[in-house]
Design a protein. Structure first.
Ligand code: ADP
Ligand code: MG
Length: 403
């Protein structure tokens, strides 16, 4: 494996690190610094090894040119605060400020370059344009470390093309993600239970396709479950329904039965007559999944189903969970999600591997007050982890593993 040790002695070497520092901002205030914290161990490992560390990262979606709204300056400042030492900041990515900043580094120092997406070469679909930008980036460093898991599914200059130009290695954050995701796809310890929810079936087709023959049990909740219930012949009222996915859901149900994969759908659901909004107090009512009133919509799995899902998880040795069981953002519809999260923590305590993937699922776990350490792994890169589980090749990983 191309880990940092494979790069040899880093004393005095300029190391370009691709980190994921794409944090939520309110103006220039960072509202959640989780990604900055997660990037620190690799930066310290390199700094302790005597490297001159140059961090390249993006923030938001600027349109290929500088936009002060998306400056990484506040992120560099927070990184400095968290590290308790100065962090240099270059006001461009490959221009004079970057060259000067990198030239000024001493062994062990850390610098952050301005938002890499201020350069249209970063995300260009044109290989030559991206390559030319990667050439400029490569001039700033001797070696490259890929540590931004949230972007490894992107064929971008600072993720992919740069690794073709410099000796490269995987940082610890990316290595840990890849290790966990491989444990979910190659020889998972059994019983292996997959829990799927969230809003749409159509968002998750690739994951279902790839995991349906690997899992022993598939538990389905969230908005997507109503298309499955409808496919079984139930009326779902005003619930979220993807009519064009009915045949697909029928096929999954048949395929699972053929392969001996147990599929669990809720037998009762929590409904209301309107989607929750600020103007109206929720009026949750529990009804059988086969008797959803025409004027109601399902917003959570019911209490008996939540208990059945927890029971189905109780002997699991491996669990992958993606997608909340209900509209967890509103307390009245958060119990199903809470029960599943709780069951995952118990799998962890019993020595099994529990993995939470997906941006909203990770947010749900935090919002509901669970300790992140109670889960085996919470994926930092929603899109990248789902693409991995769909069996897609991730360009930013493949480029590091090529011979
Ligand atoms: P993730 O980001 O973890 O992959 P998704 O983006 O697929 O998850 O889905 C998360 C969203 O699904 C949440 O905002 C949640 O409110 C919504 N959701 C869950 N259950 C329902 C439901 N029954 N009806 C409508 N939306 C739902
Ligand atoms: Mg989401």
């Amino acid at each position: 494996m191309s880990d940092i040790a494979s790069l040899g002695d880093l004393t005095g070497k300029r190391v370009l690190v691709r980190s994921d520092l794409n944090v939520p901002l309110d103006g220039t205030t960072i509202t959640d610094d989780g990604r900055i914290r997660a990037s620190i161990p690799t930066l310290l490992e390199l700094s302790d090894a005597g490297a001159r560390v140059v961090v390249v990262a993006h923030l938001g979606r600027p349109s290929g040119s500088p936009d002060p709204k998306f400056s990484l300056r506040p992120v560099a400042a927070r990184l400095s605060e968290l590290l308790g030492r100065p962090v240099a900041f270059a006001t461009d990515t490959v221009g004079p400020s970057a060259s000067e900043t990198v030239a000024g580094l001493q062994d062990g120092d850390i610098a952050v370059l301005e938002n890499v997406r201020f350069n249209d070469g970063e995300t260009s679909k044109d290989d030559a344009v991206r390559g030319a930008f990667a050439d400029q980036l490569a001039q700033l460093a001797d070696v490259f470390v890929s540590d931004g898991f949230g972007v490894v599914h992107r064929k971008q200059a600072s993720v992919y093309d740069i690794a073709l130009r410099l000796p490269s290695a995987m940082g610890g954050l990316v290595a840990a993600e890849v290790d966990v995701l491989r444990r979910l796809t190659d020889h998972p310890e059994r019983p292996y239970v997959v829990v799927l929810g969230g809003s749409k079936v159509s968002d998750k087709l690739g994951v279902i396709d790839n995991l349906i023959d690997k899992a022993d049990k598939l538990l389905i909740g969230g908005g997507m479950v109503f298309t499955f219930l409808k496919a079984q012949g139930h009326e779902v009222g005003k619930s979220l329904l993807e009519a064009d996915q009915l045949d697909t859901c029928t096929r999954y149900l048949t395929e699972a039965a053929d392969r001996g994969v147990e599929i669990l759908l809720p037998t009762e659901v929590v409904v209301d007559t309107a989607f929750p909004s600020g103007d109206r107090e929720p009026q949750p009512v529990v009804v059988p999944a086969s008797e959803i009133p025409a004027d109601a919509l399902g917003l959570d799995i019911g209490p008996e189903s939540a208990a059945a899902f927890a029971a189905a998880l109780s002997d699991a040795r491996t669990v992958f969970w993606n997608g909340p069981m209900g509209v967890f953002e509103v307390d009245a519809f958060a119990d199903g999600t809470r029960a599943v999260a709780q069951a995952l923590t118990e799998v962890t305590s019993a020595g099994g591997l529990s993995v939470v993937g997906g941006g909203d699922s990770a947010a749900a776990v935090r919002q509901l007050g669970f300790d992140e350490a109670a889960f085996g792994h919470i994926s930092t890169g929603g899109g990248a982890s789902l693409e991995f589980l769909e069996g897609k090749e991730l360009p930013g990983i493949a480029v590091l593993e090529r011979d």
